[in-house]
Design a protein around this ligand. Structure first.
Ligand code: ZN
Length: 369
């Protein structure tokens, strides 16, 4: 069945202000474009067009999330604060999350874009879908914007799938290089939503995403964290997904798998120290498609999160969409031979040891039990 593609020009008009890297400009910080800029996403979409693949996808316009939909995951005070600041001249959503005028509406459209993708898959319009949304969402907490994220797009969409569409269980698999702290926090006590995050160990947010964070109360065992050592390449990622993520999904048997697709674990990313490449993302996508085929009739929605190398994100994104659609395009990743040859791409002994942490096994056994 066809693959859906959801994006909108307005996503690229979200203004993250001038900065150097991720720090706001000012004082000794000379202004440049913020690292969370439109460039990576625009170039991803452009490469899809040039490759010929875009024309073969089912392009679906996103709708904005409604305020009640957002309030399933955020406090009324936080939503009101963002709306007021956005209607004025913009502001700061909390921590490292600057935004300009009009970003409230754009953030609603980002959360709604993931809802649109889920509805298209649940309605059978498409078999799976990629939602290229912005701003990202997985760091946003109920009352706090963090890490460039205003509203928790994936969580809002997962809550929609549960509460409006009646699904019993939803899994969110987050392969962004940073911890999916917001998604985890929103569902930390909820056994109906399994959150799985693979990320660079103890990076952002600091002291977050440890293996011992497994959920609380009725949700104990339904949060799973896989912190990977800096320098992890395709071997470590594929092993983590084959040995931990896929068995956890098999045990949980979700009705839908939602992927928080940050493409910032790639070997060129300025904000991370990992070595993934387009072939690695293709492998992870295939693993999740296979398990989705086993447990939920292939229902898989991939929604965009981070990724800051404007040169390389497009090729990683193209690989994911090629795999989702089963349609290899005419474009070959020109960086791939270079990144495949990097030392340490295979699974290293210290990476294997990291995944053997008994707390991680405990987390998985809790899911199974
Ligand atoms: Zn990230």
């Amino acid at each position: 069945m066809a693959t859906g593609w959801i994006t909108d020009e307005r996503y690229l008009w979200h203004d993250t202000r001038s900065a150097a890297g991720f720090l706001p400009a000012g004082g000794p910080v000379e202004p440049e474009p913020h690292v969370e800029s439109p460039a990576t996403k625009r170039r991803f979409r452009n490469l899809l067009e040039v490759s010929g693949l875009l024309a073969e996808l089912v392009q679906i316009a996103p709708r904005p999330a409604t305020e009640p939909e957002v309030l399933r995951c955020h406090t009324p005070e936080y939503v009101e604060r963002i709306r007021t600041l956005s209607g004025d001249n913009g502001g700061e959503a909390g921590e490292l999350t600057p935004f300009g005028p009009g970003s409230y509406e754009i953030a609603l459209l980002a959360a709604g874009g993931v809802i649109t993708a889920i509805d298209a898959v649940l309605d059978g319009t498409v078999g799976n879908a990629y939602a290229l949304v912005r701003p990202p969402g997985h760091h946003a907490e109920p009352d706090l914007g963090r890490g460039f994220c205003i509203f928790a797009n994936a969580a809002i969409a997962a809550a929609h799938a549960r509460e409006a569409r009646g699904l019993d269980r939803v899994a969110v698999v987050d392969w962004d290089v940073h911890h999916g702290n917001g998604t985890q926090k929103i569902f930390y006590d909820d056994p109906a939503v399994l959150t799985i995050s693979s990320h660079q160990d103890n990076y952002y947010p600091a002291d977050s995403g440890h293996v011992h964070e497994i959920g609380t109360g009725a949700g104990e065992g339904y949060s799973l964290n896989i912190p990977l050592p800096p320098g992890s390449g395709v071997g470590a990622y594929v092993a983590a997904y084959e040995r931990v993520v896929v068995p956890a999904l098999r045990a949980f048997r979700p009705d839908l798998i939602l992927v928080a697709s940050g493409l910032d674990a790639n070997a060129m990313d300025p904000l991370a120290r990992m070595m993934m490449h387009s072939g690695g993302y293709r492998d992870l996508t295939r693993l999740l498609m296979d398990v989705a085929g086993e447990v939920c009739e292939g229902r898989l929605v991939v929604e965009h999160e981070g990724g800051y190398s404007s040169a390389y994100v497009p090729f990683c994104g193209l690989a994911v969409v090629e795999q989702l659609s089963g349609r290899p395009s005419s474009v070959e990743d020109p960086f791939l031979p270079i990144f495949e040859a990097l030392g340490g791409q295979g699974l290293q002994p210290h990476q294997e040891a990291a995944k053997g942490d008994p707390n991680s096994v405990h987390g998985r056994q809790s899911i199974q039990g």
